[in-house]
Write a protein that binds this ligand. Structure first.
Ligand SMILES: [Zn+2]
Length: 309
């Protein structure tokens, strides 16, 4: 029986988030669902990580924005590694300075989180040649939230206590019925869901043999290669990149503190530079300003790992 230790998954994932990966960002052998009439439905199984790696997924976070050339660009969000990110910090200052609705108009796009796992395609009517094969699969926070929900114990009003399922397990995991519809921002997978816990099977629901499972396990792709290395990036380098793409727009006034370290004071439209801190408090009490809307559940998934220990 091939098992990855579930108890330690989430402790390991936490560590992995802080680790550096040595290679550049690329996804080869990626599974991309075929959309037919704007829809797709694929039955897939999320797989454990290769035995040499610590977590069944890796994560990348980026901010996208329109540059002065009219094209979309991305910079890495540094918050994944626990560092301060200029885009997130600036957004946070905007949300402190203005009521929520106004702040939403002004702020930059919040970081997009994407995850990559190995998957086994169980059933894919639109592309049957992919069935029974292993791929890398990139998914967003919506699917990650469904993984979190499926993995968590819960109390159901009708069924009573429901034990969480380690969806990445060959024997006790569950199939992901990936359903997506074309939306304004690409395919929207909101209608996706996990089936009941059962062993990995073929499309006719025949459980795979131990030999077949071993063959899958031997063919797992490394995930580390898909995790973008941001270890050499800093607040200043990300900010520089942003300011290079968006000519003439400065997000921060740089200064020096008493020890000669660079300070960054956010430049907020309509707020004099240097006054943001004082103004923050004044405006905050006046409007009872809420914190940035950075998808509370997404942020909560940083505690994800704690909840599943
Ligand atoms: Zn950020």
């Amino acid at each position: 029986m091939i098992e990855r230790k579930f108890d330690n998954y989430f402790e390991q994932i936490k560590e992995v988030a802080a680790k550096k990966s040595g290679s550049s960002f690329s996804i080869e052998n990626e599974f991309v669902p075929v959309m037919v009439n704007g829809e797709c439905e694929v039955v897939m199984r999320l797989l454990p990580q290769p035995s040499t790696e610590a977590a069944p997924f890796v994560e990348n976070r980026t901010h996208s924005f329109k540059g002065s050339d009219g094209k979309w660009h991305v910079v890495d969000c540094l918050r994944k590694s626990g560092s301060k990110c200029p885009i997130c910090e600036w957004n946070s200052a905007v949300f402190k300075a203005f009521p929520k609705e106004k702040a939403k108009d002004i702020c930059k796009k919040k970081a997009k989180r994407s995850f990559i796992s190995n998957v086994y395609i169980v059933k894919n009517t639109a592309a049957p040649n992919t069935e029974g094969k292993v791929y890398r699969f990139k998914y967003g926070i919506q699917i990650m939230e469904k993984i979190l929900a499926k993995m968590s114990d819960k109390e159901d009003p009708d069924k009573g206590f429901i034990k969480g399922v380690n969806v990445f397990d060959y024997y006790n995991g569950a199939n992901l019925i990936f359903k997506a519809k074309d939306g304004n921002f690409g395919p929207n997978p909101e209608a996706s869901y996990f089936g009941d816990a059962k062993p990995i099977s073929d499309k006719n629901n025949v459980p795979l043999t131990d030999e077949e499972i071993k063959a899958i396990d031997d063919s797992l792709y490394t995930l580390k290669d898909c995790e973008k290395d941001t270890s050499n990036e800093t607040f200043e380098s990300v900010l520089n990149l942003y300011e290079k793409f968006v000519e003439g727009e400065k997000l921060f006034v740089r200064g020096k503190d008493a020890e000669g370290k660079t300070t960054y004071d956010p430049i907020i439209p309509g707020v004099a530079a240097g006054n943001t801190a004082a103004l923050n408090d004044a405006v905050r009490s006046e409007f009872d300003v809420e914190e940035p809307d950075v998808r509370p559940t997404a942020e909560a998934s940083e505690d994800f790992f704690d909840t599943l220990k």
